[in-house]
Design a protein around this ligand. Structure first.
Ligand code: ADP
Length: 541
């Protein structure tokens, strides 16, 4: 027997309709790309999104068309999210840090009809426009006064487009399984692959992300997503925050420690989110300027493993709780959050849980399997490939008939190697492709890195495998020193002694000025292996 409940599609436009209704006066603040701070409300955003939706329809944008964005976190980008998806077209966020050849590939693969571009990123499209046969035009996200000279053939002005149309629009209603946005994985191996989200998946993800034990979003929160809107939709914050009417603060193009700090402070931000590398800059700024942000209660850190030293810095020095989270582009992206259970009151035990990647968010099922695909126990020791399934996890890649990661039995293979403990906390040992194979056994690099980064003289560290005649591979530490005092290999191994298994102890340490960082702020291990692959270990022959 079916329940007698209305069959109403879950559509992204409903978020903005609702926010306008109940939190219409709540602010959205932006550091604009042009410079000044811009402020308006959910009510204004809804009105302008409707104007933009009318403008898109006048450009003949139809259901299912892909509309690219090459833009920072701003109110205009927010309006585009809602206007494009609201009329059933697909927002396709592009990462400006990608190599031009990858950007060209992605735009052509997605067949973007229009691209909305921020003022300081116009050059990126100019450089490749001749290689984009399907592109019908580019909208430059500024007003007439700031329109640049451009070689683009069909360059439109964003403010003229919006202001040239009325806000008289009823958001169309369609199937909730309609595609809403498209985000490509960073493609460290092979071409980037497209994760195509639906209205339904985005809405369910928004509900889940707002929960107190997930991102804890509510109307009283002031949320500054440092994580870019081109990095898995800023982890869904532009949707979840709108659902609850939180005040949003968009940092625009300035993501250095000082600029982020100023905005956090000026707007009384209570919660922020980003990858570990951006927080190093903020923490440095706080320490140097001897300052902090008293209103800040929570920092969401994910995208790569958050070292214990960073968790301690935020919590113990600066009074903000860290929520370490794990996810993937293919997962919209939220998978798990590491918060200590209520029963855990001991600080050391709580920290041991926080450095793990956490327990699955309701909606995500998880399992670890061995090579034969058999489920492994939850004992915190057995490790295997992590697989997931759920209503916001991709079932395949855009325009790709076959994906090895999407198994026939309905599980998605993450490519991460992990353990799950008795309490349900998942801990990533490594990306399968980064794990070190030594004498037939695996050495996980994340745990070693975590310890090395707690060394007082280490700013950043990565551990990679380098070839070894007897053991196949042995670990090498690559360190960016924190101060003028460079730590020696002996100092680091003494520091690691007792913290990791003896046979995991790295064979050597090299110092470097910086680590190669990819388009989403992660250390590029493949680049490091190219760079240091021929490193001669002291006992290597
Ligand atoms: P990107 O986020 O760079 O676009 P992916 O979606 O491919 O690319 O990144 C997902 C991967 O990032 C995960 O499979 C995992 O390896 C890594 N990752 C994400 N969050 C964490 C975390 N908290 N700890 C460790 N690794 C993480």
């Amino acid at each position: 027997m079916r329940g007698l409940i209305m069959d109403q599609p879950q559509l992204i436009s409903n978020l903005l309709i609702h926010a306008d209704f109940v939190s219409g006066d709540r602010e959205i603040v932006t550091r604009t790309v042009e410079g000044p701070i811009h402020r308006y409300t959910y009510h204004d955003a809804h009105r302008r999104a409707r104007q933009l939706a009318n403008a898109l329809q006048s450009l003949d944008v139809k259901l299912g068309d892909r509309i690219g964005t090459l833009a920072w976190n701003t109110y205009r980008h927010f309006e585009i999210y809602y206007a494009v998806s609201g009329i059933g077209a697909i927002t396709h966020t592009l990462n400006p840090r990608l190599h031009p050849s990858q950007m060209t590939y992605i735009i052509n693969h997605a067949e973007d009809a229009y691209i909305f571009v921020d003022l300081n990123l116009v050059g990126l499209i100019e450089a490749i426009e001749s290689e984009l046969p399907k592109l019908r035009g580019v909208v430059i996200m500024t007003d007439r006064a700031h329109m640049p000279e451009t070689s683009l053939t069909n360059a439109l002005c964003y403010e003229e487009l919006v202001n040239g149309h009325s806000d008289d629009l009823e958001w169309p209603v369609f199937d909730e399984n309609t595609a809403s946005s498209l985000c490509y994985t960073s493609g460290t191996t092979g071409n980037p692959k497209g994760a195509l989200y639906s209205h339904r998946s985005t809405m369910i993800h928004a509900y889940a992300s707002a929960l107190p034990d997930v991102l804890h979003m509510g109307e009283r929160e002031v949320i500054l997503p440092v994580v870019p809107m081109f990095h898995v939709n800023a982890w869904g914050i532009p949707y979840g925050a709108t659902m609850v009417g939180a005040k949003l603060v968009f940092p625009g193009a300035l993501l250095d420690g000082k600029s982020v700090h100023e905005l956090l402070l000026a707007e009384d931000v209570t919660m922020t989110a980003g990858v570990p590398t951006v927080w190093l800059n903020l923490l440095n700024h706080w320490r140097e300027a001897k300052t902090r942000v008293p209103s800040l209660k929570r920092v969401i850190i994910g995208g790569s493993a958050c070292p214990e030293s960073m968790i301690r810095a935020f919590q113990e020095e600066f009074g903000a709780e860290v929520r370490h989270a794990w996810g993937m582009t293919e997962m919209s992206p939220l998978g798990s959050v590491a918060i200590a259970k209520p029963r855990i009151t001991n600080d050391a035990e709580a920290m041991r849980k926080q450095i793990k990647q956490g327990r699955p968010v309701y909606g995500v099922e998880m399992r670890i399997v061995d090579d034969a695909g058999k489920s492994l126990p939850h004992d915190g020791k057995a490790f295997g490939e992590l697989q997931v399934r759920g209503p916001w996890i991709t079932s395949g890649y855009f325009k790709l008939d076959h994906s090895e990661a999407h198994g026939k039995d309905g599980w998605f293979a993450t490519g991460d190697v992990a353990t799950i403990d008795e309490d349900g906390y998942m801990e990533i040992t490594d990306r399968a492709k980064d794990v070190i194979k030594s004498g037939g056994e695996w050495i996980g690099t994340i745990e070693i890195e975590n310890h090395v980064m707690s060394h007082p003289d280490v700013l950043m560290a990565a551990v990679i495998g380098v070839p070894h005649p007897k053991w196949d591979e042995r670990p090498l530490i690559v360190v960016v020193p924190k101060t003028d005092k460079s730590p020696t290999h002996g100092e680091i191994t003494r520091f690691l002694d007792g913290k990791i298994a003896k046979w995991w102890m790295p064979d050597d340490t090299v110092l470097t000025d910086e680590l190669p960082i990819g388009a989403t702020g992660k250390v590029l291990k493949a680049k490091l292996r190219e760079q240091f692959g021929n490193h001669k270990l002291p006992n290597g022959n």
